[in-house]
Write a protein that binds this ligand. Structure first.
Ligand SMILES: Nc1ncnc2c1ncn2[C@@H]1O[C@H](COP(=O)(O)OP(=O)(O)OP(=O)(O)O)[C@@H](O)[C@H]1O
Ligand SMILES: [Mg+2]
Length: 251
């Protein structure tokens, strides 16, 4: 299968502190949904920032390793160039334009498309997320968190990316809407071949939809494999799910 995202031995540092990522290698095949799991501070957002060209904003730096997209080295390229090369991005906090209408938000994402393809792009997004069609003239800020996440995904998908990166997909959302979103992501992967790397807080949910998963701990990959393998592994149960439970009961 074609590898769309290929990260090789990536290390990242912020300022002069120790490494936030150390020797991370990770692959996402065409049409594959890969979940990136790990406790708070494990380095998930750092990895997404490194791939999407946003590390500079956070005063972070790649100190070693490389990122390839479809065989080309893309590490060090600015975010806008990566978007033009086919990298769709849904950053932390979703960042929809709250005062713009739903459709205008989608049109921002369509800016990289040739004019003649914009209408078809809107239709494709509305087909994936019919709720956005119902609310197309409404201000984005008035929508629920789940609908805003659909909008952020739609805005990235309208440009037909070959790779989609999503940070904190389910944060703050009700499980039912997250399931609805994951089902649509599977449709996207199967019909458009889009490769996806998804940071997910809810490990159980992610492992029921993703094809494979990587577990980060203190900036290193400590476990990777098919979703089934990762679910069944004792490390996963002990480390991640154990910590998640402990966190919940402590809160
Ligand atoms: N801008 C920054 N400057 C300095 N250190 C940072 C910065 N951003 C993150 N870090 C540090 O890098 C490490 C990884 O953080 P990161 O945000 O990537 O974790 P995460 O897995 O996304 O966590 P969370 O689940 O809480 O979002 C942490 O130790 C964090 O304190
Ligand atoms: Mg994060």
């Amino acid at each position: 299968m074609n590898t769309v995202l290929d990260i090789q031995h990536l290390s990242v540092a912020y300022n002069r502190k120790g490494l936030a990522l150390e020797d991370v290698s990770l692959q996402v095949p065409q049409g594959g949904i890969v979940a990136l799991l790990g406790a708070n501070g494990a380095g998930k957002s750092t990895l997404i920032r490194a791939v999407t060209g946003l590390l500079d904003l956070y005063h972070g730096k790649i100190t070693d390793g490389r990122v390839h997209m479809s065989g080309k080295i893309v590490s060090g390229m600015p975010a806008h160039r990566l978007v033009r090369m086919g990298m769709g991005q849904v950053p932390e906090g979703r960042l929809v334009f709250k005062h713009l209408s739903v459709e205008d938000n989608l049109l921002v994402g369509a800016a990289v498309l040739p004019r003649a393809q914009v209408k078809a792009g809107l239709q494709a997004v509305y087909q994936l997320f019919p709720r956005l069609l119902e609310r197309r003239n409404q201000a984005a800020g008035w929508m629920s968190g789940g609908e805003q996440q659909m909008l952020a995904l739609g805005r990235a998908m309208i440009a037909k990316p070959k790779l989609l990166l999503v940070d904190e997909l389910s944060l703050g959302l009700a499980p039912l809407i997250v399931i609805e979103i994951y089902k649509q992501l599977r449709v996207i992967g199967e019909t458009m071949g889009t490769a996806m790397l998804i940071v997910e807080q809810n490990a159980h949910l992610a492992l029921s939809f993703a094809h494979s998963a990587y577990l980060l701990q203190q900036g290193r990959v400590v476990l990777s494999g098919t979703a089934q393998e990762v679910s069944a592994s004792p490390e996963m149960k002990a480390s991640y799910l154990g910590e998640a439970k402990a966190g919940k009961s402590a809160a």
